[in-house]
Design a protein around this ligand. Sequence first.
Ligand SMILES: C[S@@+](CC[C@H](N)C(=O)[O-])C[C@H]1O[C@@H](n2cnc3c(N)ncnc32)[C@H](O)[C@@H]1O
Length: 281
Amino acid sequence: MSKQRVSKASTDNESAARQRFLLLGLRFSILVVVSLFFAGFLLTSFAIKEWQPWFLSLFYVCISLILGRFFLPNRVWLTIAILFYPTYLIGKQWPLLALFSFFCLSVLTLLMGQAWRGRVPLFLTSRGMLSQLASLIPQGKVKIAELGSGTGSVVEAMCLANPEAMIDGYELAWIPRWISYCRFAKQPNIRILNQDFMMTDWSCYDVIYVFQSPLVMEAIWKKALTEMHANSILISNSFEVPGVTATQEFSIAGGRQNKLLMWKMGSYKDHIHGNRRQDKF
Ligand SMILES: C[S@@+](CC[C@H](N)C(=O)[O-])C[C@H]1O[C@@H](n2cnc3c(N)ncnc32)[C@H](O)[C@@H]1O
């Protein structure tokens, strides 16, 4: 078996293990939050009925805070744990408010989808960034992937920059994915895929564009280095790869998305495997 196949298999194993670990963590956090909810429920129902509601709430918040700090992974889960039972009490008192909150939660879930998986919510690439990105797209029959394609505005810009390119957008969140499906339904060179981009093979792509978060850049880099071919480029909106200098960096005026980074994979693969480099771009 070749060196590359072995390292690809180990990356697949790593990402499967990572998924399992995340899923386990998620289940455990849900279990802790639900247990705290029932503890609050039992507290109000049986044990100390005569306590003032404000004192009871304070007591519940303190207990959740103490246990949550031990058993929950971060502040987001801690906030959920603290607010869960009080929110239920408010909902019981004012059912319309509860319905409204439920509606907001459903819309958020559809919009952000499985943000917990990639730890990245939906926010869109800026216009300034789009025009700089378009200038980096090579011409001809190249294959491009966008990791987390959102509502498809980047896919559209890349398609305009090179109408001959075959473009795959990977997106897990429901509403953005459906917007993209409708947007590109009649576009034969564009596919919107309901897949976790970390679980797919990147070896066929000449260009990969990513706008995710600093948290996932290291994993993306490892996968890109193993799977992307020597003639391909990786482009990141705003976020660097820790410890890896980009081949080129472009400053974008105004706003928070102020730099676009590009890595020519050949240079970095050379460094590792001692291969000969052929630059196409
Ligand atoms: C910051 S948004 C970027 C949207 C779009 N690329 C843009 O620049 O306008 C990141 C998107 O990646 C999606 N995402 C996060 N992790 C993902 C994963 N593992 N697989 C597929 N999509 C993912 C999220 O649902 C979100 O829509």
